[in-house]
Design a protein around this ligand. Structure first.
Ligand code: ADP
Ligand code: ZN
Length: 614
């Protein structure tokens, strides 16, 4: 079955490999078994029923609590050429009968259903008319009162089980809480099913805690280092979220506030604008997030300390669902602890108060850790992390504390082309009334901006490009890539058989790859400054790359690099002579503070390059 399933995976979803446990779950479901799947957010749960749905002869019914998401999910499936539809209260009666007819006549592979519909006799009757091959229960923790998101409507699933005792059922959740798990198994009658549980480690996320000093300034800096990228900034209060949104806007960052004080219409509007990439940054209370399925959130910042580790894991879980490097940043101050304590003292119920205190202690402990933050988070959910160094938290990698290196999201691609491809994506999405990520995810665009494919067959090898999307969107992207490549004199780069295998998306990439990319751009006669712009890295970093390449004897001709001011260049050259060393610091002492390290480094690079050229 596996090679067959891999073909379907590439054809319909454009992926080359399964994520952990997906293949096992798919196999189990196809053999007719029940199962409970526990995977963290972004783990790839949907595929566990979407892929079997393509293979199974009847229809797959997906019960999902988030009406707002259904349309996007169905749009995403259709963009991949998979016949799917949804039934919920947002539809008109004639739309409902159209969908029901499509289902009856076998035209649909997947049908999404809101749980409250299951209580309607007409709906039950309709379901009995169908050949149902599989029930998928998304967000299965909603059935449990022990969870954070109990939905009474989920109790209707009970009836479903009685009506279809022989139809396999797959329950899925990202809840790591053991009590909730047991409750799901019991309530859905899945005791005889298999439980698939993957690690809750989010390997593409970087965890940092920094002191809350000049927080706004720091936040602005972080956001500006990822222009246009989606970010969520969590605040303690409604007022705080309003103020933060205003402060960010005043600092030239497009941001909107979201909290429970807004009316339903306003809330939906803010969500929509976020999902459609119209507003990149949302400053929100924890009211924001449930029902946000945006895969390309690059930063989740907590401007105020959250009230529990569990909440923190959930909120940060919204970053990087697409598997690309993303950051979680928590601003910590002791003052925040007192703020929470104030509210805890107001609580009337003794047990509740005790629980809240314990949770607060745990998150404060997390903030003050001197050991790996990832290990602590996973340990909190009963998982053991055995690696000595995760290299993606600020304790394991202290250099993450600084703002220009703190950013982990610097995979190697041409950012200028990426931005242009984002525009192409936006236009296509707007024309079709779907969110941009339904067209292609960021990783696909990054692949394009890395390999510059110029023909359909090359484009087909990019991550996330399946058959349907290739046909519909291929030319639009190729046109942009071709014209960009032509004006810049870039040719198609060799594409490895799997452009970006899942394994390659670790937070930090090998030094050699990143240097190679700099050298490649340098060979195309771009200056260090231009390369820095294209790659969104500091010029100093690019010069470091070039110096390292030079040391290894791998630097191409450098004659296109000039120094802006001949006088200053001479002064710097003098200073190096005087100190008798090639080190930056002594030269800077000689020159005084009006000379920056970057400037001195550039001069040193030119001097060395000239020396080498003879
Ligand atoms: P979850 O429901 O577990 O939070 P999703 O099903 O939304 O996760 O998947 C998260 C992201 O990962 C989506 O963008 C999805 O398309 C992508 N994805 C899922 N499976 C794979 C895979 N095998 N290879 C690459 N990407 C995948
Ligand atoms: Zn760590």
């Amino acid at each position: 079955m596996t090679s067959n399933m891999l073909d379907l995976l590439k054809k319909h979803f454009g992926y080359d490999a399964f994520r952990p446990l997906q293949a096992e779950v798919v196999g189990h479901v196809l053999s007719g078994g029940d199962a409970l799947v526990l995977m963290p957010t972004g783990g790839g749960k949907s595929l566990c029923y979407q892929l079997p749905a393509l293979k199974l002869s009847g229809i797959t019914i997906v019960v999902s609590p988030l009406i707002a998401l259904m349309k996007d999910q169905v749009d995403a499936l259709r963009a991949n050429g998979i016949p799917a539809a949804f039934l919920n209260s947002s539809l008109l009666p004639q739309e409902i009968s159209r969908v029901e007819n499509e289902a009856r006549t076998g035209k649909l592979k997947l049908l999404y259903l809101a749980p409250e519909r299951l209580s309607m006799p007409a709906v039950r009757h309709f379901l009995q008319e169908l050949t149902v091959s599989l029930f998928a229960i998304d967000e299965a923790h909603c059935i449990s009162e022990w969870g954070h998101d109990f939905r009474p409507d989920y109790r209707n699933l009970d009836a479903l089980r009685r009506m279809f005792p022989h139809t396999p059922m797959l329950a899925l959740t990202a809840t790591a809480n053991v009590r909730v798990r047991d409750d799901i198994l019991a309530q859905l009658g899945l005791q005889r099913g298999r439980v698939f549980q993957s690690s809750f480690n989010r390997s593409n996320l970087t965890y940092r805690v920094i002191p809350k000093k000049k927080a706004l300034e720091r936040l602005v800096q972080e956001l500006k280092s990822r222009p246009g990228a989606s970010a969520i900034v969590y605040c303690f209060s409604r007022k705080g979220s309003e103020k933060t949104a205003a402060d960010l806007t005043a600092n030239g960052i497009k941001a909107a506030a979201y909290h429970a004080g807004l009316n339903a219409k306003e809330r939906t509007r803010v969500q929509e604008r976020f999902i459609r990439d119209e507003v990149p940054v949302i400053a929100a209370t924890i009211a924001f997030g449930m029902g946000i399925d945006k895969p390309d959130v690059r930063l989740v910042a907590h401007l105020d300390m959250p009230k529990s580790v569990e909440g923190y894991y959930q909120e940060t879980g919204r970053a990087g669902r697409d598997g690309l490097p993303s950051d979680c940043l928590l601003f910590f101050s002791t003052g925040d602890r007192f703020k929470h304590e104030f509210f805890i003292r107001e609580m009337e119920n003794f047990d509740e108060r005790q629980r809240a205190r314990r949770q607060l202690d745990e998150i404060v402990r997390y903030c003050g850790l001197k050991s790996c933050r990832r290990k602590y988070l996973l340990g909190y959910f009963g998982e053991t992390w055995t690696q000595a160094n995760c290299s993606a938290c600020d304790v394991c990698s202290p250099q993450l504390q600084e703002p220009p290196v703190g950013q982990s999201s610097v995979p190697d691609f041409d950012h200028e082309l990426f931005e242009r491809l984002r525009v192409v994506r936006r236009n296509l999405a707007d024309a079709q009334g779907v969110p941009p990520y339904v067209i292609f995810g960021d990783r696909t665009l990054q692949d394009m901006a890395r390999y510059f494919p110029q023909q359909l067959d090359a484009l087909a090898k990019m991550f996330g490009v399946g058959k349907e999307k290739l046909t519909h969107y291929g030319e639009a992207f190729l046109t942009e890539i071709r014209s960009y490549a032509q004006t810049k004199g870039i040719t198609e780069r060799e594409i490895p058989s799997q452009a970006t295998p899942e394994r390659a998306t670790k937070v930090r990439r090998g030094m050699t790859d990143t240097i190679r990319f700099t050298v490649q751009l340098f060979a195309e006669k771009r200056t260090p400054k231009q390369i820095a712009n294209v790659r969104r890295l500091a010029e100093g970093t690019i010069l470091q790359h070039l110096e390292q390449a030079m040391a290894q004897g791998k630097l191409p001709d450098a004659s296109h690099v000039a120094f802006p001011s001949p006088e200053r260049f001479d002064r710097i050259a003098q200073a190096f002579k005087k100190t008798g060393s090639a080190m930056l610091a002594p030269a800077q002492v000689q020159l005084g503070p009006s000379y920056s390290y970057d400037e001195i480094r550039l001069a040193r690079f030119i001097l060395k390059a000239r020396e080498r050229a003879g």
